[in-house]
Design a protein around this ligand. Structure first.
Ligand code: HEM
Ligand code: NAG
Ligand code: NAG
Length: 324
């Protein structure tokens, strides 16, 4: 047999290993930048003390990074004269605070150990530290990602799930990122913190349900009234509404409890109880916080391994906003 025939399956095997993130490991910077995790945690903790919205911003950043071109820090790159980057896509209306914290941590890391810690890993650690601050959740972060050099505004709309998707569509998007339906329900619990702009739900849930002039019948009436007061049709695009009206800054299972009372904010949230399988997951998570917390950590690790660059792929950016 020709040698080239053997090379092809070998290359495919190596590619699949990379796609699953098997080369990532816990304690990746132990030798090369021993203070990395501490520097990140300290900076995130300090920022959180000034602003309780920090964990939500950081967790969403990591999610939006991982769903577009894998977890490669592409969300952090700034647009340039000849390229509009991911962060400037409409669906990436992220809290700018997140980017500022990442810049601050990165400059501290560069001062201590230049060119060692990738921006993609930084996002994974910062999201974990945010989850600890917002809810006492903890998981060991696997690292060793490298940073990508490509970031295109055209890609987020094709990869980030929309608030108007139904369970089937949501499940498909997560499957395309190597995440199960159970992972999807587990990770959606991140919507127990943070906020949404009125525009993200007022159309399909308050004023224009299914193309009619009315509100979504699957929403609790009093909640709809409350939301209509916060988001009148004339609301400024800057108005934000917390996902969890009960414990808005606490990462907890209240999200799942709320869904059972029809207090989900987005259509994509409330949809989770319209389907038997996802509804079952919602009930389990609502009832067993300890189980959900463990599953959330595991699912974040899984999401964080999505299509990562490792070895000599990509680069370690010096500044998270610019390629080297
Ligand atoms: C299931 C599909 C999902 C959809 C359709 C979705 C959609 C959205 C939308 C529309 C917003 C509000 C954006 C705005 O108006 O500012 C939002 C916020 C947020 N999402 Fe999701 N999301 C999903 C899954 C996830 C996952 C998997 C995570 C993380 C594990 C996550 C974390 C967050 C967080 C933390 C916020 C609040 C951000 C902040 O307040 O700064 N979401 N999401
Ligand atoms: C981050 O810092 C907090 C507060 O000092 C600490 O309790 C927590 O264990 C730290 N997390 C990690 C991952 O080291
Ligand atoms: C939405 O509208 C379509 C067509 O008008 C109708 O067939 C469908 O049943 C409606 N869906 C819901 C959930 O009301």
């Amino acid at each position: 047999m020709e040698a080239s025939l053997l090379v092809i399956p070998l290359v495919l095997l190596l590619l699949s290993i990379t796609a699953n993130g098997d080369r990532l490991k816990v304690g990746y910077y132990r030798q090369t930048c021993p203070q990395a995790e501490e520097i990140i945690n300290d900076t995130v903790t300090k920022a959180f003390k000034e602003n309780p919205c920090v964990p939500a911003a950081l967790i969403r950043l990591h999610f939006h990074d991982c769903f577009v071109r894998g977890c490669d820090g592409s969300i952090l790159l700034d647009s340039t004269a000849d390229n509009t980057a991911e962060k400037d896509a409409h669906v990436n209306n992220l809290n700018p605070k997140g980017y500022e914290i990442i810049d601050e941590v990165k400059s501290k890391l560069e001062a201590k150990c230049a060119g060692v810690v990738s921006c993609a890993d930084l996002l994974a650690y910062a999201a974990r530290d945010g989850a600890y601050l917002a809810g006492g959740l903890f998981w060991a972060v696997q690292a060793g990602r490298r940073d990508g050099r490509i970031s295109l505004a055209s890609e987020p709309p094709l990869n980030i799930p929309s608030h108007s998707y139904d369970v089937n569509k949501l499940t498909q998007v997560f499957a395309s990122k190597h995440l199960s339906q159970e992972d999807m329900v587990t990770l959606s619990g991140a919507h127990s913190i943070g906020a949404s702009h009125c525009a993200g739900f007022s159309g399909d849930r308050l004023y224009n349900f299914n193309g009619s002039a009315g509100q979504d019948p699957s929403m609790n009436c009093n909640y709809a009234l409350h939301l209509k007061a916060k988001c009148p049709p004339s609301a400024s695009p800057d108005v934000l509404v917390p996902f969890d009206p009960v414990t808005p800054t606490k990462l907890d299972v209240n999200y799942y409890i709320n869904l059972q009372y029809n207090l989900g904010l987005l259509k994509s949230d409330q949809e989770l109880i319209s389907d038997d399988a996802t509804s079952r997951e919602v009930k389990i998570n609502a009832k067993y916080p300890t189980i959900w917390r463990k599953k959330f950590g595991r699912a974040m690790v899984k999401m964080g391994a999505n299509d990562v660059l490792t070895g000599s792929q990509g680069e370690i950016r010096k500044h998270c906003r610019y390629v080297n």
